[in-house]
Design a protein around this ligand. Structure first.
Ligand SMILES: Cc1ncc(COP(=O)(O)O)c(C=O)c1O
Length: 393
């Protein structure tokens, strides 16, 4: 802790805990205390911590070949591509590999500009796409954007869930509309049922691309491999990362053949994209997801959590909402005290904005663990309620 506090750049808000080990839905700290992890590294450990198939694949690949640049062919990359081809979003034909969510978004930004020859973008109010300069330009929260102006020119924001407002924002300079099928950082916001379909129609009518950012919602989290499958649309480009590598950094930007074809050799590349270690982990992660039948768990356990949390009927909870294992408890007050109290009582939860408690548990969370999560969070909220109402709030 001392070195992290004195030497590491001070850019993360820290919880006072050092995590040392993880297995399934649980992690342990340096004092041996056990937690149920509903943060999963902000959505990364979706298969649970140290999934045996992923661990074995990393071990095997690490002993064989760790690095192989994209300018050489690689067995591990072939294996990974074969798996990604199985789960690729309908309507997409090719994939670009990188390492982080923001990098997947940067790739989509460059693709959209190169393919359309246009420069502008429409993104959503409360949307989040990462913090590199391009991705940041599409991220809504001004506290993230303002200190780094000027960002990309020609970015407009339209209210999430309102396709007609996106239509109004599109102009002759718009290359693409970027949107999350379910907003994560922005507060676990689900769009109206027809929103994505209408947005697809608007994009087709205006001749702009529809880019779906499934960095957080993808890979089975919502009860389907891709969240947009709940809404019956096809993307032109889709960004994926976080859980895709079973814990290792890997990102994939999927696109239609003609769109991906717009990028010529050398126009976009990286050092680590498609490296054998991340690729081996990703191939094993896809196997684990499909062979262990985990996707269905998102719906079953997600419903159990949502129902349990909704039963709380608390005066300081506005709404419990979500899709699959992407769940938000929207509170009337800032949520950080509830998160810290839950942590103290053995459940790791996240925030999404100031007032939403966010749960991104793993697909391997079982019913008994889900019930403990409900009890612990309900207890933490009840205590907050007593504090607030006792204080005359
Ligand atoms: C929807 C979405 N897009 C992009 C990103 C950025 O990913 P990364 O932090 O890996 O750059 C995130 C991260 O939370 C995200 O939730």
């Amino acid at each position: 802790m001392r070195l992290e506090d004195t030497f590491l750049a001070d850019t993360f808000w820290k919880r006072p805990v050092t995590l040392v080990r993880g297995e399934g839905a649980k992690v342990w700290d340096s004092e041996g205390k056990e937690y149920i992890d509903c943060s999963c590294g902000y959505g990364v450990a979706l298969l649970g911590h140290c999934h045996p198939k992923v661990v074995e694949a990393i071990r095997r690949q690490a002993a064989r070949l760790i690095t192989c640049h994209g300018s050489f062919y690689s067995e591990a990359r072939e294996e990974c591509l074969e798996r990604l081809h199985r789960i690729k979003p309908e309507g997409t034909d090719r994939v670009f590999l990188s390492s982080t969510g923001a990098e997947a978004v940067e790739t989509a930004i460059k693709l959209a500009r190169k393919f359309t020859g246009k420069k502008g973008f429409v993104a959503a109010v409360n949307g989040y796409h990462g913090k590199t300069m391009g991705a940041l330009s599409l991220t809504w929260a001004s506290k993230y954007r303002e200190p780094f102006m000027p960002l990309l020119e020609g970015v407009k924001f339209a209210p999430y869930g309102k396709a007609d407002r996106a239509r109004e924002a599109i102009d002759g300079n718009t290359a693409a509309v970027f949107v999350e099928p379910v907003q994560g950082e922005g507060g676990i916001n689900l769009p109206p049922r027809d929103y994505l379909r209408e947005l697809r129609e608007v994009c087709d009518e205006k001749g702009v691309l529809l880019v779906l950012d499934e960095v957080q919602s993808g890979f089975g989290r919502t009860g389907k491999i891709w969240a947009h499958q709940h809404f019956g649309v096809k993307p032109d480009i889709l960004c994926s990362s976080k859980a895709l590598g079973g814990g290792l950094p890997i990102a994939a930007t999927f696109a239609r053949e003609d769109i991906m074809g717009a990028l010529k050799r050398g126009e976009h590349s990286n050092t680590f994209g498609g490296n054998p270690l991340a690729c081996a982990a990703c191939a094993a992660a896809v196997d684990a997801l499909l062979e262990d039948g985990l996707v269905e768990n998102a719906r079953i356990i997600g419903d159990r959590l949502k129902k349990g949390l909704s039963n709380m009927d608390s005066k300081i909870v506005r709404e419990v909402r979500g899709l699959g294992l992407m769940i938000g408890v929207d509170m009337k007050f800032e949520v950080m005290d509830v998160i810290l109290r839950s942590l103290k009582n053995g459940v790791i939860a996240l925030e999404a904005g100031k007032t939403v408690l966010r749960l991104l548990p793993p697909l391997v969370l079982n019913s008994a663990e889900a019930d403990i999560v409900v009890q612990t969070i309900t207890g933490a909220i009840r205590e907050e309620e007593r504090k607030r109402i006792g204080a005359g709030a």
